[in-house]
Design a protein around this ligand. Sequence first.
Ligand SMILES: [Zn+2]
Length: 265
Amino acid sequence: MPETEPRLWKPVRPFSRALVIVAHPDDAEFGAAGTIARWVELGTDVRYVVLTDGASGSADPAMTRERLVEIREREQRAASKELGVSDVTFLGYPDGFLEPSLEARRKVAAEIRRHRPEAIITLNPEVRWTAWGSVNHPDHRAVGDLVLHSINPAASTRLWDPTLIDEGLEPWDVAELWMTAFGRGSEMVDITGTFERKVDALRRHASQLSGWDPEPRMREMAAVRGREVGVELAEAFVVLRFRVLDEDGSEAVRDKPPTNPKPAR
Ligand SMILES: [Zn+2]
């Protein structure tokens, strides 16, 4: 639990690029769609990396893993389109079996180096169960660990795996890590203006809803978070800040090698 009072997010400037790295199609929408829609409105180029194929997400005896993979990819593309996300990459790991392996870490690090995001949204690997009595999915914890250990060392360290450099993937330092928090977070984003789009995006995951209307429950949860910071509806995150964003945000400034480089890790 964060020790400080949650605060309402007020950006110095919008992020130039953000990468949303999640385990399953629909993770991004449940945890962060209101925030993603807001970032896009502010001008951030938001992209997704979805690690698993979503093939386990059905209780229908007539469903097969093969058919579900196609359905869930289509649903994820439609949902992210609702939010204005510019790109979705599926890494294709089998749903339900994701491990924070070195092989998967290299792939996540490669995506971070390729997209060069200022901010990453992912799932909090500390969450093993929730206050309302559900067990967190192990894929959710695995993706959080993979992102943390890509930020340091796999994406940021030149010699962690020199073959990444051979592939043209230079090291990249992420500025901010945002981990979705269904309970109390350290940072709240006002999603009052984008809540309807969150719900529209969630409805695109029809295979996961089985006719359930996500609106009332999502509104109730967002209202609880909103009350903590004096807005109508909010999403909560645990945010880590690794570097201060340069004010003008120009690529030229950010991509220039530092004049006073920090010592190698
Ligand atoms: Zn999930």
